[in-house]
Design a protein around this ligand. Structure first.
Ligand SMILES: [Ca+2]
Ligand SMILES: [Ca+2]
Ligand SMILES: [Ca+2]
Ligand SMILES: [Ca+2]
Length: 239
């Protein structure tokens, strides 16, 4: 470079198309991106040629290759594939059995920015009944269920990046419906019942209307309430 020379910078437009994403200050050589850069998209690396000329002698020039790699940062929160899930289970489902599973995706490029964890939020209306695997998102029964005590439950679920970063999270819900099974024995209101009948007439004996013991049990629709009693050789069956 001679004293008084002015250097002019420009892209070599014969060398690919990557230069179209950048501007080059012809006087300072400063390269600026024209569009937002995104390591998570298809354009993570760029390569272009920069030519520098002496404005007094354009035959005098030099060139350099400029390679640009866009580095990934954690700028995408994990997203639940389905935010709101439901499940129907029987009250007899064993402790530890799977109820439902949350799944998620994370658009970040580097695996370290895609590490996700799952947790139940504190606003569940059945605390302690269920738990979620922090790594797999599988929800399981945590303690014995009882339809007669609780017939449904809404769980709040949070998926978040680990290590935690502000805003890198999403929330979902799981509504669980508990179905009844016949898990209660019927019980009589009276364990002893006194019945008065007239002396049996001559055979054939007519059927005697008998006061039947009242019957009670907690609701269990699938169950039929059947009982029978034997009196003086007569068998009586009621359903
Ligand atoms: Ca992320
Ligand atoms: Ca990213
Ligand atoms: Ca029960
Ligand atoms: Ca039941």
């Amino acid at each position: 470079m001679d004293i008084g020379d002015t250097l002019i910078y420009s892209f070599d437009t014969q060398f690919g198309n990557d230069y179209r994403s950048f501007s080059l200050d012809p006087n300072t050589g400063k390269v600026t991106n024209l569009y937002p850069l995104d390591a998570d998209g298809a354009f993570r690396t760029f390569q272009m040629k920069v030519i520098v000329t002496d404005n007094y002698d354009e035959s005098s020039y030099d060139e350099a290759t400029l390679s640009i790699e866009v580095l990934d940062i954690n700028d995408n929160a994990p997203k639940l594939l389905q935010k709101d899930l439901t499940a129907k289970i029987k009250e007899s489902l064993a402790v530890g059995a799977m109820v439902q599973q949350f799944d998620s995706s994370d658009a970040d490029f580097l695996s370290k920015n895609r590490v996700v964890r799952y947790a139940l939020t504190d606003d569940s209306d059945c605390p302690g009944d269920y738990l979620i695997n922090m790594r797999t998102g599988v929800v399981r029964v945590a303690q014995e269920l009882d339809y007669e005590e609780r017939t449904s439950c809404q769980l709040g679920v949070r998926v978040y990046n680990f290590p935690e970063m502000v805003g890198m999270e999403q929330f979902g819900t799981l509504v669980i419906t508990v179905e009844d099974v016949n898990d209660n024995f019927p019980t009589f209101d009276q364990v002893r019942l006194a019945v008065s009948v007239s002396p049996p007439p001559f055979p054939p004996f007519p059927l005697c209307p008998l006061p039947l013991p009242s019957f009670s049990t907690v609701p269990s629709p699938p169950a039929r309430k059947i009982y029978s009693l034997t009196l003086l050789g007569f068998s009586l069956r009621a359903e």
